[in-house]
Design a protein around this ligand. Structure first.
Ligand code: ADP
Ligand code: MG
Length: 728
């Protein structure tokens, strides 16, 4: 008997929910293990505190003396909480977080020991960069890499380790991680947006980008997950016939959360509280065993760190509850996959959300400025935004009628569409006093208060305005949010910079008043970016056709989408905004394209193995049982046996056909793989994996899934969809 599958099922049935005690209020736990402002005020000297705060707020450098004070205080704080080790915590381009723990413990001579943590150890470390993806930067330069303290994201304690968020760069300073370009993009958008804000309010000194992510995931029993080699090695099922019951009854979405899952969530949320992740929302998602978790939004860099930390913590906490978390965008065919909406906005140090309509005409003009510039930025760089969320796993989801299509478009709702139409009608050049009054009172002055509650929730749009923020909905659930956030903030920064110089030019050269210059420039943007606005059904075929006419890109696969990363336009953009050098941009492209190849290669091997070594032998075994049965029937019924053995014989033949097809397709797939592997060019190789290896997956799966329906359930080796999705 196929023991693993049935043992796993038995195990699941005997599981008891892990007891969770919540003794404290969440607010009391919040940030307890974070070296945050309260801890700093308590542990740092005034001088050190001010040094760190000015590094956080103004980007000032921290000198050696201050660093020594901070490290020593950080150590005292951590030791008081039972911490033994410290680590530089960073986000290399593997997609996972990285850490290397060192003990505070040091010996003096042969008989003495102390706990030590120097400023230099806080500020910088030198992990070997050669074992992390570097896209050729290592070959060009040196294997050594540096991690450097990012004081804008506070240190935290996880387990018994003090974790210090850091950037990760090569010996020559090229970014090897997600955080470095993100920080540069945030700096760029701060500078550009602050400049633009000064048209409206001279007191604005800083603009912060905010991110509120929503993380979707599946929760599967650990034993069931372990019984499937495909889930184990690729994070998704490569085959499996769909369950008779899936999500068609809509009975899971927002349903009552199963106790075991709920206890996992409570446990996780406590951990989140301790490290300062402000989790707020939890609920069942559409598919069975699918859930969502969302925090209150935060400054973008911190939010990105918190999402990466959360994904890591989820895996560990899940294990305590005998679960495995699946972050894959499409773990199961036939039911919804998972995404990670990125809610994004900009706000000033004077407390204004720049994407929230205000109460006065002036604040509304500011809102419209940022609103329209964002639309224009997305329009100009839609292909780059698409590229920022490209991955082998997200390809399954985009355009599959459960998530936005691979086309990027902006949804703004009816009311704002009307406002833009009115603005578009504004006279070119100088405005008459009557026109100005009319504009202020009737157009800008009338952006309705009700907007926030009223914005339509068009779920099919990839980039939607939702009242006081934009929501980028095409981000995949496995993604590091830094990638889309780096691109979004960079393109908005570039757009705002261009806007500023256009407006200034109209003021200086054409003698327009500030408001007139702003109106004039916005009007031109509304005209030029009209093609990116779409209010209809993004899932429809009609939209695909329409988008093509409008010249919008529709890159359905990662190799196609990623090309936008290395166009001259993209390279120039990142250079101009000081976000990435040409070398960094090209290295990143190479890393992403290679990662794509590797993922498909692994899936192809795993599928070949399961189909050839698990499915086919099982089918043969069952076929032998049938043959034995037919032989017996022949013995009893002699020449009449065919009447009685009709169905068995049909099955025997059918099984042979599927086995033959599987073998044939596996051979062809292996040949395609060999051809691809011989290619030197990484881009061509990825394309070959995409267009010539991957198509075999569906074909092989088709025959395996047919066999699943034919073969005796008792001997089927793989845990079935109904068991994966419904066993609790
Ligand atoms: P849903 O998309 O599920 O309908 P909501 O529209 O209620 O959810 O909001 C989703 C997320 O938007 C929340 O996680 C919230 O933190 C985030 N959010 C709210 N305001 C902002 C903002 N100014 N900047 C970034 N994110 C925000
Ligand atoms: Mg959402």
């Amino acid at each position: 008997m196929s023991s693993l599958r049935f043992k796993a099922m038995e195990l699941v049935q005997s599981r008891k929910p892990v007891e969770i005690l919540e003794l404290n209020r969440r607010s009391e736990l919040f940030g307890k293990n974070v070296f945050n402002e309260i801890a700093m005020r308590q542990y740092l000297t005034k001088e050190a505190f001010e040094g760190v705060m000015s590094a956080i707020e103004l980007g000032k450098k921290i000198d050696r003396k201050i660093a020594n004070q901070v490290s020593s205080s950080m150590k005292e704080w951590a030791l008081a909480k039972g911490v033994t080790h410290y680590t530089h915590w960073f986000q290399p381009l593997t997609g996972a977080t990285a850490e290397k723990h060192d003990a505070f413990f040091e010996t003096i001579g042969s008989s003495m020991a102390i706990e030590k943590f120097e400023g230099s150890q806080l500020v910088q470390q030198e992990p070997d960069a050669s074992s992390f993806p570097n896209g050729g930067i290592r070959n060009t330069f040196e294997a050594r890499g540096y991690t450097a303290w990012d004081p804008t994201s506070p240190a935290f304690i996880y387990g018994t380790t003090l974790c210090i968020p850091t950037i990760f760069v090569s010996y020559t300073g090229e970014a090897l991680d997600y955080k470095t370009p993100l920080l540069r993009a945030l700096h760029a958008v701060d500078a550009a947006a602050t400049d633009v804000c000064k048209y409206f309010d001279k007191n604005v000194k800083k603009v912060t980008s905010s991110l509120g992510w929503e993380q979707e995931y599946f929760l599967i029993d650990k034993a069931l997950a372990a019984s499937r080699p495909d889930i184990n090695l690729t994070g998704r099922t490569l085959l499996g016939h769909s369950s008779a019951k899936g999500q068609q009854l809509d009975d899971h979405y927002f349903g009552s959360i199963p106790t075991r899952a709920l206890n996992f969530m409570r446990d996780l949320e406590t951990e989140c509280m301790l490290v300062g992740i402000p989790v707020k929302t939890r609920h069942n998602e559409v598919a069975p065993n699918q859930f969502e978790l969302a925090p209150i939004y935060e400054e973008a860099n911190l939010a990105v760190d918190h999402n990466s930390l959360l994904m890591d913590m989820m895996g560990r906490v899940a294990s305590r509850h005998d679960f495995k978390v699946l972050f894959h965008e499409k773990p199961f065919e036939g039911v919804n996959g998972s995404g990670k909406h990125n809610n994004w906005s900009l706000s000033t140090d004077t407390g204004v959300n720049l994407l929230s309509p205000g109460k006065t005409p002036m604040s509304n003009l500011q809102f419209l400025t940022f609103f329209i510039n964002t639309i224009q930025a997305v329009y100009k760089y839609e292909d780059l935004l698409r590229a920022s969320i490209a991955s082998a796993s997200n390809d399954h989801r985009l355009g599959a009628n459960e998530a936005p299509p691979a086309i990027i478009s902006v949804f703004i709702g009816e009311q704002l569409t009307n406002v833009l139409e009115e603005l578009e009608g504004v006279t070119k050049g100088k405005l008459s006093p009557e026109e100005k009054t009319d504009l202020k009172l009737n157009v800008v002055g009338k952006i309705p208060d009700v907007l926030r509650d009223n914005t339509d929730r068009n779920r099919t749009s990839s980039f939607a305005f939702t009242g006081n923020k934009f929501e980028f909905r095409a981000v995949g659930s496995t993604a590091n949010c830094a990638s889309p956030m780096t691109v979004l903030n960079t393109i908005v920064a570039k757009q705002l910079k261009d806007f500023k110089s256009e407006v200034d030019k109209l003021i200086d050269e054409k003698g327009l008043k500030k408001d007139e210059a702003v109106f004039n420039t916005l009007r031109e943007y509304i005209k030029s970016s009209r093609n990116i606005l779409f209010e209809g059904n993004g899932y429809s075929e009609a939209w695909e056709k329409e988008a093509k006419k409008r010249g919008l890109s529709n890159n359905k696969t990662t190799p196609e989408a990623l090309k936008a990363r290395v166009t001259k336009k993209a390279i120039d953009l990142f250079e101009e905004m000081n976000v990435m050098s040409k070398i960094e941009t090209e290295a990143r492209y190479e890393i992403e394209i290679e990662e794509y190849t590797l993922r498909i290669q692994i899936e192809s091997r795993v599928l070949g193995d399961i189909a050839g070594n698990h499915i086919v032998p099982t089918a043969v075994r069952y076929q032998n049982m049938l043959i034995e049965n037919v032989r017996g029937l022949k013995e009893i019924f002699n020449n009449d046996f065919e009447i009685h053995a009709k169905e068995q014989i049909k099955l025997i033949k059918g099984i042979s056909e599927h086995i033959e097809a599987i073998h044939l397709k596996i051979d062809e797939m292996i040949n395609a793989r060999k051809k691809a592997n011989n290619l030197k060019d990484v881009v061509k190789k990825a394309e070959m994996y995409c267009f010539e290896v991957k198509p075999f997956f569906e074909e092989i799966r088709y025959h395996c899934d047919k066999l699943e329906l034919m073969v005796d359930d008792e001997i089927w080796p793989l845990t079935k969809y109904r068991e994966l999705l419904f066993t609790r």
